[in-house]
Design a protein around this ligand. Structure first.
Ligand SMILES: C[S@@+](CC[C@H](N)C(=O)[O-])C[C@H]1O[C@@H](n2cnc3c(N)ncnc32)[C@H](O)[C@@H]1O
Length: 228
């Protein structure tokens, strides 16, 4: 009887431990630790992102899906060096950039872009946008926070507003580029995982998979707020 009780208690605590562990980001890093790691890289190696993201396809699909009837307000989450935002401004959009890296913010402001130094998780506003961009920035959000951030982005958009989302294909999350001087924390996604998370808030209007490595997933999503 004693042996049975001992085994039962051990299995019970192992089970509880497994549940708690599944709710932590892998590597047991807290969000401030993840953000600090990523910002160390972006503050020191910002010039690596001095290029138009997905330059061969993104401008075309932005112009194709831009809902001009919704006005000109756009938000760029994780705007990096501001090259995409600068181009959007040249197209006549009124663009707000946000990025937690001080060097990225400096580079955006140098281009004359309105920029807030903040992460998407901390960002608060009552403004609504016709367009939201998150090109390779939600890849740095722990996976447990992905779904709440998607809901938050849906709420930032006007009804029928468009969300351009760029992610890296894969499974799981954790620190990568360990051998480099500036490792980063990444969250990877499969197409199915993304579709499950977005289904209540967005309709997919275009999906593109770019072969790598790494493989990139680009989603053009219409906010279905107000639609049955
Ligand atoms: C791979 S770079 C991409 C930059 C730009 N979107 C582009 O495609 O060129 C990722 C950017 O996301 C920013 N970032 C990291 N964590 C973030 C977070 N939690 N919220 C918003 N931006 C974040 C980084 O500082 C960095 O500028």
């Amino acid at each position: 009887m004693k042996k049975f009780l001992f085994e039962f208690v051990t299995v019970f605590f192992l089970y509880i431990g497994a549940i708690l562990e599944a709710q932590q980001p892998s590597n047991n890093l807290s969000r401030p630790e993840i953000d600090a790691l990523n910002q160390r890289c972006y503050n020191n190696k910002a010039e690596n992102w001095d290029r138009f993201p997905f330059g061969s396809i993104l401008p075309k699909i932005i112009l194709k899906y831009y809902p001009s009837e919704l006005g000109s307000k756009a938000l760029d989450i994780g705007s990096g060096t501001g090259i995409l935002a600068h181009w959007l401004k040249q197209q006549g959009l009124s663009i707000l950039c946000l990025d937690p890296s001080k060097e990225m913010v400096r580079r955006c402001r140098e281009k004359g872009l309105a920029t807030v130094q903040i992460s998407i998780q901390e960002f608060q506003t009552n403004e609504k946008f016709a367009l939201v961009f998150a090109m390779l920035s939600l890849i740095h959000v722990p996976k447990l926070e992905f779904s709440p951030q998607i809901k938050k982005i849906a709420a930032l958009l006007l009804p029928q507003g468009i969300f351009f989302l760029g992610l890296i294909e894969g499974n799981g999350e954790g620190i990568a580029e360990q051998k480099s001087q500036y490792p980063r924390y990444f969250s990877y996604y499969t197409k199915e995982e993304v579709l499950n998370v977005i289904e209540n808030n967005f309709k997919v209007v275009e999906y593109i998979r770019l072969e790598g490595p790494p493989n990139y997933l680009i989603f053009v999503l219409a906010n279905n707020y107000g639609k049955p």
